[in-house]
Design a protein around this ligand. Sequence first.
Ligand code: UDP
Length: 326
Amino acid sequence: MKVLVTGGAGYIGSHACKALSKTGHTPITFDNLSTGWRDAVQFGPFFEGDLTDKSSIERAFAEHRPDAVLHFAALSRVDEAMAKPELYWRNNVLGSLNLFEAAVQHDCLDLVFSSTCATFGDQDNVILDENTPQHPINAYGASKQAVERMLQDFEATHGLRNVIFRYFNVAGADPDAEVGEFHRPETHLIPIVLDTVAGERDQVTIYGTDYPTPDGTCVRDYVHVSDLVDAHLLGLQWLKDGKGSRAFNLGTGSGFSVREVIHSANRVTNREVPTAIGDRRPGDAIKLVSGSKRAEDELKWTPQKSTMPQMIEDAWRWHQVADYRK
Ligand code: UDP
């Protein structure tokens, strides 16, 4: 199958391209390289384009005639979304609209969409499963929720079948260290901790220690990027099997606090990361943990590598050898 991968030069998209090519598919990366890396495109053709430019996504469909789409391309930083919500509405919502219209025009009607647990907002002590009402608290979550809603209409009217995955926190790297997580600026906890271990930063600032959690720091549910992309292959198969549109949360159901993540990184890397205590980061939810069993039950998805030490070990290996980080 030829699969158009928007955001294929990014962290999760590049891992998906590798998984697609390993299973006999051809990933066609469509990316504007705003947050992705040309060097991460190693597993199939590259089309440089921007989803907010409708003509470029139309050309990509005309040139490559894909059979399905994995739609990763998006802005995904809560801090940036709080400061510049317009970027999120334009890139994530308008970009997706252009993509969906082009997909329908080219009769490419199976699409997997990357959504987020940020669509749920801050619901303390609520188990976040697929039936939880979505109340996003920042423009990132709101933009993703809007695209989820748009997909309902595109399915009903134009037959655009879709699987929606709501990611919890994605971590780790390709176990062969061919691709990995790299953002500039880096805002994510585990890469920042590893940058600090590597001496590229002086310290990790913990954003808030007065949250109502056991150790006062925010709690997240971390999933290994390899497990996450496995779910995407299952999602594509689900659509090709004609099972219809469905939303799945992708998390493990286990929560780790910021302090627990740092502690685990200290153990894996055998160093002691210097920390400082900072203010809460605007837009952060206290606790986001998946209560979902739907992906396991229906997709038969079983996370294999999503333990905290394994995620940190794989991320650390990549961090040490990655050439496009340099
Ligand atoms: N965090 C932190 N210091 C950092 C980066 C992140 O304390 O330098 C915290 C952040 O407030 C959140 C958690 O780590 O509670 C995970 O943040 P990340 O940005 O990795 O992912 P998010 O949950 O925002 O998608």
